[in-house]
Design a protein around this ligand. Structure first.
Ligand code: PLP
Length: 369
């Protein structure tokens, strides 16, 4: 389909970046720097500094980062892992695959974990709590840490969608024992394929991640325990390292587009907007997504589509409603209601003001205003 406004415009992204990226790609390949070379170490160093973390370990994707953490922390069948059902399945699957029981907390009005419910959800079996900083907004980390401390649980932050977001001036992903990031192409910082990272201040976790991502190896020939093959490709790291230098500008751009959506849509009755970029003094949201909610979601989806606007729905079925997972006994009213009402308007670093105005006017027409 020929979209007037794409959800993410990868060809346009490449058009803008090819002048910078082609020499980096050429240089990396020409030097034969393909696996675990200096471009990866450089990226890890810069990523850790960007986030204010002690260590960054590049891995094949965010899901594998969670898998390596579940393994390193020895999560098993006796354990409960507490998180939300309004998230991508990968938040929880690595833990369930190790035999742990998922425990879900409902979400609040801002689409994130309702931390008021967290204290009653944790038990002595709670081994891990996973706050998910969805859409580029940080979960209330004071409450998460309090609940974790009350039962001695470890906090792993799923920061796949939140690189650069802050809460009380501290970066998302620096509150728990470790955090995981996705550099899937559609993310704030995207690779040209799959990529991810684990960030931590804990030297032991960092050491475990290095070992586990590379077959348990600690040197080229010495193996210290069983491991996986979850390395971040060197070429992707080189690309990500350059893109990381652009990220602050891209974040500001996303925030300014969110401001524009907010100005153009906030008077519409029957449409709920995300918290505006200047409305929460404790948080600086980075707007990985711009999700809006309405009772007429499916009709609005069709209307925007007919106007040539590409829309994403994340997610029409919450994790506990996926029939194959047998988790239907959970009752999460806010999560279930949101999944019927939510859709994400286009939001990305290549989007311009004219496109946001076009999308906003189309939304306004739908509501007859
Ligand atoms: C919240 C969340 N967690 C985890 C992941 C998994 O990331 P990856 O695709 O890099 O494994 C994603 C990716 O969409 C995500 O949005």
């Amino acid at each position: 389909m020929d979209w007037r406004v794409k959800f993410i415009d990868f060809p346009e992204q490449w058009r803008r970046q090819r002048g910078e990226l082609l020499p980096i790609i050429e240089d990396t390949i020409a030097r034969g720097d393909l696996m675990l070379r200096e471009q990866l170490v450089d990226f890890e160093t810069h990523l850790a500094a960007f986030n204010g973390s002690m260590h960054a370990v590049g891995v094949s994707n965010c899901t594998d980062g969670l898998r390596l953490l579940a393994h390193a922390l020895d999560v098993g069948p006796e354990d409960e892992v507490v998180t939300v059902a309004h998230t991508f399945i990968a938040t929880i699957s690595p833990f369930v695959l190790r035999g742990a029981t998922p425990v879900f907390v409902d979400i609040g009005a801002d689409h994130l974990m309702d931390t008021d419910q967290l204290l009653s959800a944790v038990t002595r079996r709670t081994k891990i709590i996973i706050p998910v900083h969805l859409n580029g907004r940080t979960v209330d980390m004071d409450a998460v840490l309090k609940a974790a401390n009350s039962v001695g649980a470890t906090v792993i932050e799923d920061a796949a969608q939140a690189l650069g977001a802050t809460y009380d001036g501290k970066t998302a992903g620096t509150f728990g024992a470790a955090s995981t990031y996705s550099f899937y192409p559609a993310k704030m910082l995207g690779a040209l394929g799959d990529a991810g990272a684990v960030l931590t201040d804990d030297p032991q976790i960092a050491k475990d991640m290095h070992r586990l991502r590379d077959h348990g190896r600690v040197t080229k020939s010495d193996v210290d325990g069983w491991g996986f093959n979850c390395r971040l490709d060197n070429l992707q790291a080189a690309i990500l390292d350059w893109r990381l230098t652009q990220l602050p500008v891209w974040i500001e751009h996303r925030r300014s587009l969110a401001r524009l959506y907010d100005e153009m849509l906030r008077d519409i009755d029957g449409l709920d907007l995300p918290v505006g970029p200047d409305s929460d003094s404790r948080r600086r949201d980075v707007f990985q997504n711009y999700p809006v909610m309405t009772n007429d979601r499916d009709a609005l989806f069709e209307h925007l589509r007919n106007d040539g606007i590409e829309i994403l729905i994340s997610w029409p079925l919450p994790v506990h409603k996926q029939p194959g997972l047998k988790l239907d006994h959970w009752n999460l009213p806010n999560t279930e209601r949101l999944s019927k009402r939510v859709l994400s308007l286009p939001m990305n670093a290549e989007l311009d003001v004219t496109q946001v105005e076009y999308v906003s006017k189309s939304v306004r027409r739908f509501f007859g205003v």
